[in-house]
Design a protein around this ligand. Structure first.
Ligand SMILES: [Fe+2]
Length: 262
């Protein structure tokens, strides 16, 4: 991995901050609801975010885990941990209703193979976000510290993988360990907050670029239009309200923030 902020990193920050996400990422007509702001000039999402790699399931998966976002129960011993993040598809757009089924060892490195302690599934919300509340899993022989997870977008295959903690001595000797699956982990109070974003091998269409029927005129995608420029589109004259570079989907009739009919 390099240190360049990726498209999904930027998107993650935007989602976390609750700010408007560029339409080109979410494929929604953002211009229709941002009438006073300049539109985001977002290039195609092609930053090369590879899908999250799969890992072995291991011997301790159990189906039918309870649906819950917290694996902490009364009397749970261990270092508090949250794992939060987003699930994206191949075009870096977040995916809602993705199933995430987590299972992990307890503080002593033991799995509950009788009941469902430290096992639970949840679904991403409308923003593609998830958050797991748990403890830092204990170590057991032969492995570095890890959390197991199965991730499945609606009607898509299951991704089985594992998440890892940075700065663990055993990361260097565990043959299964994959640095691409390292979480970002911060100490917060007496616990830890971890973050990881999944990228699933889910095709996603680019934002809708279908122009209104008809078209024609002097307006053209790819053209830089200073404010005040006059164009015609589908037989109607428009004046440019904000300097921008025209893109497919930003035709004058569809972008009241950019063009005013004359
Ligand atoms: Fe394990």
């Amino acid at each position: 991995m390099d240190n360049q902020p990726s498209r999904k990193t930027v998107l993650r920050a935007a989602l976390a901050a609750g700010v408007a996400v560029p339409a080109a990422l979410l494929a929604v007509p953002a211009l229709a609801r941002t009438s006073t702001q300049a539109p985001p000039l977002t290039p195609a999402c092609d930053d090369g975010d590879d899908p999250t790699p799969p890992q072995t399931e291991g011997p301790y998966f159990k189906p039918n885990s309870p649906e819950r976002t917290s694996l902490v129960q009364p009397g749970t011993v261990g270092t508090p941990l949250t794992v939060s993040g987003y699930v994206f598809g191949l075009k870096c757009q977040p995916i809602a209703k993705v199933l995430l089924d987590f299972w992990q060892a307890d503080n002593n490195g033991a799995y509950d193979n009788v009941g469902f302690k430290f096992r639970g599934h949840q679904y991403t919300d409308a923003n593609g976000a998830f958050k797991l509340t748990t403890i830092v899993p204990g170590l057991y022989p032969g492995r570095t510290r890890h959390i197991h997870v199965k991730v499945q977008a609606p009607n898509r295959p299951v991704l089985t993988t594992q998440l890892y903690f940075p700065n663990e001595p055993r990361n260097n000797t565990d043959s299964i360990f994959d640095p691409r699956l390292l979480m970002t982990v911060h100490n917060v109070g007496n616990g830890r907050e971890a973050a990881f974003d999944f990228v699933l091998n889910v095709p996603q269409n680019p934002p809708t670029t279908t122009p209104p029927p008809g078209g024609g005129g002097t307006w053209a995608a790819g053209t830089s239009y200073p404010a005040g420029t006059r164009v015609t589109y589908n037989g109607i004259g428009y004046v440019c309200l904000q300097t921008h570079v025209a893109q497919p989907g930003w035709e004058p009739p569809a972008t009241a923030a950019l063009w005013r009919a004359e």
